[in-house]
Design a protein around this ligand. Structure first.
Ligand code: BES
Ligand code: ZN
Ligand code: ZN
Length: 483
């Protein structure tokens, strides 16, 4: 879905529309009241966050339905309610067989215009590749009598680039695991990365073996779809910092010989959510030409069973020489991230950020809407939290509680891969990863197991793959480089 369904127009010509008329509160419209065919006195809904139909009837040769919506409520900021209003309007327009959603906003509400575009792109996304009956897209326009300022036009364009990358992430998440596996996902990343301005290289099995990536090679052994490591590079001519991004790409997680019960295998096609997020964000950063040097690494494996698969009690040697005793083949994500984090640190970046659908424990602790943030640098995690607040994605801080590292001890290897108990499982997983991060680099680990693998709708994003985290990560990099 690279084609945008969103436009910004300065005159309104009726075209079988659902009109959205946003109010900041009970009395403050965000749109010009003149030129509309009906009286708007008392049009705002009396209840916070509510919508109210204010007109349904003929307009020129069209039928139009107009809804006033209040953007103020007690749980969400106006920006998020604007996105939701557009998403809800798209659903109503489909039901009422209307052709278009027209949102009335004056040019001074630049944030809301950006939010409306985001609602249109996120809410208009449909994965209908395998359906015989394709979805018919509803277009969305914002009617703003004054032309957009140059900065707004630029911001809308930049946001569309990021949203195109979010859609790429959603596409690869939604594809079934018989279509997306390490070799095919590597190809998608290579193509999309090249189109976005990244220099991309893929390491196949032989190279991974030769480079000492024992984690990736071992986890990948159980599948006939062989493991890959996709490496991407981008550099602005004036980089303000060097950032390395790492994402867990398990294209399907059966659990391996520590097999997941069948009901827990449902949703495990989303176990490459970290790779999708990280690679999509890297592409957006390159498209926006943000002033950074960027190194991106996505280890890709399918965690499966076969006579060749890795087993409980295997001892693996990873890229930085550390050895791991495998106590559970279902704790595979951290094994592939170990190699990738070590490689990332070899590039001597200022900051390393990894994202992974890493632990069920994280979902137990934070639910399936919130991602966990672990960091060795308080300023970095604070910036992440405020960036995600601006994009409407939920992240929450968690501790790298050192005493729990005890649980990772092994008598036969440097560490074990489970932490031995389920308690604090997201924390011990984070502490495990820290073994592959050098001390001189700022590191942040994002456990996106909940929202990264969520099937139901999440805010303005509909069912299926979300592309969770892409917008927040891009926003973070903008903020880190804006001083
Ligand atoms: N991919 C899973 C984590 C997961 C679970 C993501 C639920 C999304 C929803 C991961 O590979 C895993 O299975 N982790 C194990 C680790 C344990 C064996 C130490 C877990 O969380 O149970
Ligand atoms: Zn697993
Ligand atoms: Zn997994």
């Amino acid at each position: 879905m690279e084609q945008s369904i969103f436009t910004l127009v300065d005159t309104y010509t009726p075209d079988h529309d659902l009109l959205v008329l946003p109010f900041l509160d009970e009395q403050t419209p965000c749109f010009e009241t003149n030129g509309l065919p009906f009286a708007l006195a008392d049009a705002a809904p009396t209840k916070k966050g509510a919508a109210r139909t204010v007109y349904a009837g003929a307009l020129e040769d069209s039928f139009v339905l107009a809804q006033a919506v209040r953007l103020d409520d007690d749980t969400l900021p106006a920006m998020e309610n604007m996105k939701m209003a557009v998403v809800n309007a798209i659903a109503i327009a489909k039901k009422e067989k209307l052709q278009r959603v027209a949102v009335f906003l004056t040019a001074e509400h630049e944030d809301l215009i950006l939010a409306a575009q985001e609602g249109a792109e996120l809410g208009g996304y449909a994965f209908d590749k395998y359906l015989q009956e394709k979805a018919s897209p509803i277009s969305v326009c914002v009617v703003s009598t004054a032309p957009p300022s140059a900065p707004l036009a630029e911001a809308l364009k930049d946001a569309r680039e990021t949203l195109a990358c979010v859609s790429m992430a959603r596409d690869v998440l939604n594809e079934p695991p018989n279509a997306v596996n390490p070799p095919t996902l590597a190809e998608v990343f290579e193509d999309f990365g090249a189109k976005s301005g990244l220099a991309v290289e893929t390491w196949k099995e032989d190279r991974l073996e030769a480079e000492g990536c024992g984690g990736i090679v071992s986890v990948g052994k159980g599948s006939s779809a062989k493991p890959r490591l996709v490496l991407g590079e981008y550099s602005s001519p004036t980089p303000k910092l060097h950032l390395a991004l790492v994402g867990k790409g398990v294209t399907f997680d059966t659990g391996g010989y520590s097999l997941k019960p069948s009901e827990f295998q449902v949703g495990m096609k989303y176990d490459m959510g970290g790779a999708a997020m990280i690679f999509a964000a890297a592409c957006a950063i390159a498209r926006l030409k943000l002033p950074v040097k960027l190194t991106v690494l996505t280890p890709l494996v399918e965690n499966n069973v076969s006579s060749n698969a890795y087993k409980v009690s295997d001892i693996l040697t990873t890229r930085n020489g550390k050895t791991v005793e495998v106590l559970n083949t279902d704790a595979e994500g951290r094994l592939i991230l170990a190699d990738a984090l070590a490689l990332a640190c070899e590039h001597e970046p200022d900051i390393v950020i990894d994202a992974a659908t890493l632990t069920g424990a994280c979902v137990v602790g934070l639910g399936d809407d919130i991602a966990a943030v672990y960091s060795t640098d308080q300023d970095l995690s604070a910036s992440m939290l405020s960036a995600s607040e601006a994009t409407g994605e939920a992240f929450w801080p968690m501790p790298l509680f050192k005493p729990y590292a005890e649980k990772l001890k092994s008598t036969v290897a440097d560490v074990n891969n489970t932490g031995k108990t389920r308690y604090g499982g997201s924390i011990t997983a984070a502490l495990f990863l820290q073994n592959w991060v050098t001390d001189n680099v700022k590191w942040m680990h994002l456990d996106i197991a909940g929202p990264g693998g969520k099937e139901e709708a999440l805010g303005p994003i509909g069912k299926g793959g979300k592309g969770f985290g892409v917008r927040s990560l891009v926003e973070l990099v903008k903020r880190l480089t804006s001083e």
